[in-house]
Design a protein around this ligand. Sequence first.
Ligand code: TLP
Length: 342
Amino acid sequence: MNKFIDLRSDTVTRPSQQMRKAMYEAEVGDDVFQEDPTVNDLQEFAAELLGKEAALFVSSGVMGNQLCLNVLTNPGDEVICEKDAHIFQYESGSPAVLSGIQLSPIEGKYGVITSEQIEPCIRPASAYYMPRTKVVTIENTHNRAGGTIHPIENILHIKELVKKNNLYFHLDGARIWNASVASKISVREYASHFDSISCCLSKGLGAPVGSIIAGTKEFIKEAFRVRKSWGGGMRQVGILAAAGLYALKNNIERLTEDHQKARALAETINEISSFEIDLNAVQTNIVIFKSNLLSVEQVISDCKEQGLLISEGRPGYLRAITHLDVSFNDIENAKKVLKSLF
Ligand code: TLP
């Protein structure tokens, strides 16, 4: 094998020739003046796709989530999330740093928390000595749980509870496109249940950079202000927005292929007795599994020696993610490497 098969993340994709052409040809202007026509097109297109009044192009998924939380809260507030949520595990403690808020994590199953679990965690309004619960957030698909889809009925139950308690509902939809293609529920339908949504262009959709947040006009106006205060005003960024637009127009439906690749890989892993995998968790493009014989570090380095890159999915577990830069043939080769380890 003369090149690595890189399954560490769907963030590793490189822009295709057609995407690069769109970037090259993009009309640009100063986005801090809101005068970049390509950024404006992307934001309008995304708002329409998500069925929201407005959208904002931001540099990353972390920036998107944190802007949303910042706009929805005040310092001292609390946000309820799932224990393995990206917002809790992988965003460098920025809810505390950037917004002065704390998180209240609840342990879910397949990344899913229920309204029965959430209700007792909502602080009573009369308890002035407690933090104020302000937001409930969920992740769809759920990364650490293995790309699992949050069932729509459960979203509806949480929404009802959120509304009853005058809270906000935020969606970390970094991979909402994968959830939508696999469940056949439109992103618009998913987004309609949330006050704010953050979704990535730079994962399965293959853009080199960027995320979109969406909500009401008022919400996005405030997010635009906060983004600037965090140093996120990006000037002639239409070059990057063009890649995002290309991704939204061309790369959503093809995610089904990535899901097929993940399923094929997972089934082989299931046949290797030294690996353990929960096939029920393999619902989209993420495969989380563990080795009964070798440490996570050992498997990662043995695979690397044979040209296969995988990563740690959560403590003690391995992760392989399929994406548009790996072919079915690459998956066949990845299977061979995994089979050869024991
Ligand atoms: N996830 C990355 C790593 O940070 C783990 C990956 O390789 O999967 N929400 C979710 C659900 C995510 O999985 C990620 C990135 C983000 C937010 C943050 O996106 P970026 O990396 O663009 O800031």
